[in-house]
Design a protein around this ligand. Sequence first.
Ligand code: SF4
Length: 433
Amino acid sequence: MQILTQSPFLLYSDGNGNIFEDTSLYVAGRSGWDALPIPVEDWILLPDGGQLYELPGRRGIGIDVETGEMRICDKGWAVAAFIPPAHTGLFMSAYETLPDAPTLPLFCYTAVGWFNDEMYVTAVRIEKDIRQEAAGYDCDKIEEGAAGLLKAYPHNRLVKHLMENCCMTYTCPAARNLSLGRWECPVPVSPACNANCIGCISFQPQEEEIFSTQDRLTFKPTAEEIVEFTVPHLETAAYPIISYGQGCEGEPLLMWETIRDSIIEIRKHTSKGSININTNGSKPDAVRALCEAGLNSIRVSTNSVRERIYTAYYKPNNYSFADIKESLKAARSYGAWTSINYFVFPGMTDSVEEYEALRDFIRETDLCMIQWRNFNIDPDWYLEKIDEADTGECIGVKQLQELIHEEFPHVQFGYFNPPIERIKGNFEADFAH
Ligand code: SF4
């Protein structure tokens, strides 16, 4: 890979989807509310599967190549990159937002620049696993696989939802892997949720300007429907995982009895693979019941490990931040693997206050893994909604990762739920499949 020796140049769009470089400006990066210079070593080539977005109503902020002064690019709209899974963004795109700018949809907006005919982004590859590499998806095989599953399970509402909606409409990477009979199989179960996340990807209130990226499940699957297609997947797929809790549903723990019954039935037929739940961690007792039934791993999503910031975003019904810690501790007490699905927001996640809270959180919960995910949300909208006018002193996302790794070397870093071969075996082994 070509190591940059200078900063890339800022990009702007003409508002019609055409993107140009402005060689009078180097790219600046956003952290919280601030625009900052970006260390040259923080740039990597835009990975395969990455996309560029023009940001209407926003002017890019750059660093004048002559004077070194920060200034606005008034040649067009700002540009950002959506970086593909397995990569964590280090800076967001820096821009000035004009008065009537529309709220941006629920994607991540990473800093991007141009140099020598190449696009560069500020990111690190945090996960070796290739399960969601863009190059790994063959559309013809996916279509064939989807048709095959629909034919094999003609009366299964969940298979119908996963293949017709998730795989063929939303192009969900997990549902596509199911159609290809490999790796992690999604098992959405809950039409309802007990949280009201500002950036919920399956439900957005009418009054909001933006839309959820997928519609929430509208029915309650039975344990029989779950067992019917998950047992063959666990039996035949490479590095098999089944995961309750997907982006197209509410909170799976609200359906814990159905999940418990399905796990018990699944384990009567196969001992293979890992049974995982992606959850908001709101119900520790339900987590205990699922671990007793045979749950192998749990991933709790969070935008922050500070209660104030968590509560302002999740707006929980009848549970609190303490419950998500209790759920992680409960799972550990049964020997289950525990991860946090950590929504990384430069300027918030790497604040000194968050860093200190994360150290305490890891110690208190005996956490196994941090999945460093990019926060898919409009930065201004998020900070305004949680009323965060000043994000405080920051240390940088890369340095945060280095400090946590140094102090807690046993805590694994990644982006995806690990297969049982990694949980039980040598985590570092090359599982590039
Ligand atoms: S916990 Fe999940 S489903 Fe519930 S509101 Fe938050 S993002 Fe949406």
